[in-house]
Design a binder for this molecule. Sequence first.
Ligand SMILES: Nc1ncnc2c1ncn2[C@@H]1O[C@H](COP(=O)(O)OP(=O)(O)OP(=O)(O)O)[C@@H](O)[C@H]1O
Ligand SMILES: CCCCCCCCCCCCC/C=C/[C@@H](O)[C@H](CO)NC(C)=O
Ligand SMILES: [Ca+2]
Length: 533
Amino acid sequence: RVSALVLRRLSAILMWILSNAWFEILYRDRESVLAWEQGLCFVPTSEIIAVEETDLNKKQRNSGKWQKMAKLHAFTVYYVKKAQNHRWRCSDVTFWCVDEQLCNQWIQALKELLELQTRPKQLLVYINPYGGKRQGKRIYEQKVAPLFSLASISTDVFVTERANHAKDNLFEVNINKYDGVVCVGGDGMFSEVMHGLIGRMQKDSGIDQNNPKAPLVQCNIRIGIIPAGSTDCVCYSTVGISDPVTSALHIILGDSQPLDVSSVHHNNTFLKYTVSLLGYGFYGDVLKDSEKKRWMGPMRYDYSGFKTFLSHHCYEGTISFQPAKHTLGSPRDKDSCRTGCHICRQSEQQLAEQRKKCGLKHEEDEEEWKVIKGKFLAINAVNMSCACPRSPKGLSPAAHLADGSADLILVRKCSRFDFLRYLVRHTNQDDQFDFSFVDVYRVKSFQFTSKLLEDNESDVTDIGKKHFGQFCRDHPACCCNIANSTWNCDGETLDSSAIEVRVHCQLMKLFARGIEENHKEAVSNQSRVEQLL
Ligand SMILES: Nc1ncnc2c1ncn2[C@@H]1O[C@H](COP(=O)(O)OP(=O)(O)OP(=O)(O)O)[C@@H](O)[C@H]1O
Ligand SMILES: CCCCCCCCCCCCC/C=C/[C@@H](O)[C@H](CO)NC(C)=O
Ligand SMILES: [Ca+2]
């Protein structure tokens, strides 16, 4: 009897403490809504995923505890918890009290605040079941769909049955019904969805994509990437991690990140768009070889990378480019593009001013062209850093996501050992441009023609070169390949080696916010909060 009495007293004290805590939940402003002052727990509205009424009594009745207590009313707030390395998780906190009306008022107020956020409500989802390790469907069903449903997002889900299925479908669907398109797969799958959306947008606006100078119409429907591929470079470079849950949470919060897109043409014929790597020589050859080994999954790139490295082919050709003078940055900058980047913002302003001035009319571009002829082991043009799990800083660590420029990296003919040193620097902190055989330029457009094509186009017929087959006609012992390499365009091969490339500033948008800065600080603050709670 004594212990029952003590227990009842203790319960009463606990109730008193908790109901006091309840009143200390303060309703602040729109920016930061929940502040549990005593525990210093701040959850900005923009990071709340959902609010749900919680049947606490049922929970407690089932567990056999608290049976004699007054009826409790509770609600649960699901919010984004930021962990290390840009990883996000869904966390929750339950608030309760005895006053039902007060509880409902809170639920109502929080739901109203969530309504004020501009978040996607209806999404179109494409899943590539064969990308990467063939886990796309499982990843979506187990990790992403439950979060979308928690956030009350409705979805129309397509599992693709062939390559280009998603792209073709995007030309037919009623696109205005959706607040965004989600692709579950790798860079190739993202590229497909991007081509569908940009292509549809140009078609609907009567823009001819075959005209390399056509001013393209911006695509305002955002794309969300759920990484399930082999490299997942676009996801990693725009979010900071390849993690399906993190990406799903960025989509739910309605993040927006503009992205530069380059168009690739050959002889007034549109070939492709690219957002990450457009690579000739090494990365083109790696891709071409790896396509035959798709059955190996992501390992195919390591196998073909090693093989291509050993073959050490270089290619002769001419590169002409227009330097990007409009942007403040340089590829040798120490600072990288981060959330809210001032360089990308400045480009956005310039773009808006230009639109005001000329509308959709094309502005004649008189800027100078620089011409470089040579023998190259690799020509890499990147619109973003191209960071990925294999290369955490990427091929050009200071490249910007939305500044209207690309970094053109020319790796000239060098020894195998030097080329290995260059490749190793893709994976560590050392400066990969600090080599005499590597040049890097920030450009807004460029053209490339291989020597082979130049020779074929000229009237001089060099019969001798046919007999030399694979090797350089001037120095048969050197590694120069008479055959052309292929272009690796975001993981897809291009048929033509002679190309014309133009960067379109902020042509599309992703459900992302770029890579966040000072993450360590944010994480340590958060763990302090958790300790206090
Ligand atoms: N159902 C399908 N069957 C075969 N191929 C498909 C199908 N759906 C999409 N594809 C194609 O598969 C290609 C590769 O897919 P994805 O990019 O998802 O994976 P990955 O190549 O392994 O990854 P990464 O591009 O990151 O290296 C894409 O170009 C896409 O067009
Ligand atoms: C001996 C050390 C070798 C280190 C090699 C590091 C390789 C880093 C690879 C980075 C490639 C990033 C560019 C991304 C390109 C994607 O568009 C494409 C499609 O997913 N992926 C590839 C591998 O071409
Ligand atoms: Ca850029």
